[in-house]
Design a protein around this ligand. Structure first.
Ligand code: ATP
Ligand code: MG
Length: 368
């Protein structure tokens, strides 16, 4: 719903009277004073004009053939669209008529023969009230609309939050299962093998000491391998370089071993909360993996990270094939990036188009 706000400059007055001379009389007073006057000569025509012209005020004669002024007023009050339209009844002097006019819910009445100044003063003040009313109604409608937009946005964000929480939880479960699988298939198998061969070596120690020594030597290599597997696994969970030295060194190392030629610039970056550092690190890592996988042959990449006001920002750009972010399927990689950044209140932007390369940028609020 949008309420109409008439301008104060040119208010519209509908004069309702079955006697044309009375209409002319009122018009002669109102028109020179800046009012646009329209007229109706019966009750039913008055209702039609109100609906068509949306006047700011109605001057209503009481005695008319057919529908009289009281009935017109009652009908206007019954319609939500005209409930607050100012109605001034034009009455003769007798009191009963005035009481009836007020009972029909008219806003005011004017006695015939009317005094010009009094008429103008009453019309002016009622039109002003109508204008305030219209303004308030328009603002209320605008507010309701904003409210609706806001509610829709909150709903959307709540849904997005719920979905991302579900993804975070299931990603955490999947990660736990991966670690368990890696431990089971890798280090655990190695250790079991080691234990078996150590027992064998011990059994052989008396009868065939040389063979036992050989086996023990080989066991040293196996222990080394098991250690390396454990280290790799630990690196995958939280890179020690990131933990010990922070983002500049961890990102530089990641860029150095990336499968795509990568330039890196990390000026003014210090140490941050572990979740902030991990988010930036894993997002850059995934973006670099994507550049290596999808940008095409000969593409190069750049990684930038910097601090700006209270935000830590990063971007990973490549000059490769690009893609249409609206149409391309979003894989686990991009979704994880969004979830990671969103989980700590940041935002992620994907800027890419076929043939124009890809830039993934993120900003993370650092708080105080
Ligand atoms: N740097 C890039 N250059 C070109 N296309 C890209 C780039 N990064 C992402 N894409 C496109 O966006 C898609 C989604 O990327 P996303 O990282 O989510 O998934 P993925 O790399 O295909 O698989 P994974 O789940 O292993 O990360 C990619 O399949 C690719 O089509
Ligand atoms: Mg990917």
């Amino acid at each position: 719903m949008s309420a109409q706000v008439s301008s104060d400059a040119n208010p519209k007055v509908l004069v309702v009277d079955d006697v044309p001379r009375n209409v002319r009389l009122l018009e002669a007073v109102l028109s020179p004073n800046g009012y646009t006057v329209t007229s109706a000569s019966s009750g039913s025509e008055a209702l039609e004009r109100v609906a068509a012209d949306l006047p700011d005020l109605v001057l209503l004669d009481i005695q008319m053939p057919g529908m009289d002024g009281y009935e017109v007023c009652r009908r206007l009050r019954a319609d939500p669209a005209t409930r607050f339209l100012p109605v001034v009844m034009i009455t003769s002097s007798d009191t009963e008529v005035r009481v009836n006019a007020l009972e029909a819910d008219a806003d005011d009445f004017i006695r015939k023969p009317f005094d010009q100044e009094e008429l103008l003063a009453r019309v002016r003040s009622l039109v002003r009230i109508k204008h305030y009313h219209d303004t308030i109604e328009a603002q209320a409608a605008e507010l309701a609309e904003w409210n609706q937009t806001l509610e829709a946005r909150v709903d959307e964000q709540t849904e997005e939050l719920r979905a991302s929480r579900t993804r975070v939880v299931s990603a955490a479960d999947a990660e736990r299962r991966r670690i368990e699988r890696d431990l089971h298939d890798g280090a655990q198998q190695h250790l079991i093998g080691l234990a078996v061969r150590m027992r064998l070596a011990r059994d052989l120690a008396d009868s065939e000491p040389e063979k036992a020594m050989e086996m023990l030597d080989a066991l040293g290599d196996d222990v080394q391998e098991a250690l390396e597997q454990l280290r790799d696994l630990a690196h995958g969970i939280y890179p020690p370089l990131l933990q010990d030295r922070g983002l500049p060194e961890a990102l530089t190392a990641a860029a150095g071993s990336a499968p795509i030629r990568t330039r890196i610039q990390v000026d003014g970056i210090t140490r941050y909360e572990p979740d902030v550092e991990a988010t930036v690190y894993f997002c850059c890592l995934e973006a670099l993996q994507n550049a290596a996988k999808h940008a095409g042959e000969g593409a190069t990449a750049t990684v930038n990270a910097w601090q700006e006001a209270e935000e830590l920002r990063f971007d990973v750009a490549d000059d490769g094939a690009g893609f249409d972010p609206e149409r391309g399927r979003s894989g686990v990689g991009l979704t994880n990036m969004r979830d990671r950044v969103g989980a700590i209140g940041g935002s992620l932007q994907i800027d890419s188009a076929p043939g124009r390369g890809t830039t993934i940028s993120g900003s993370i609020p650092l708080g105080s």
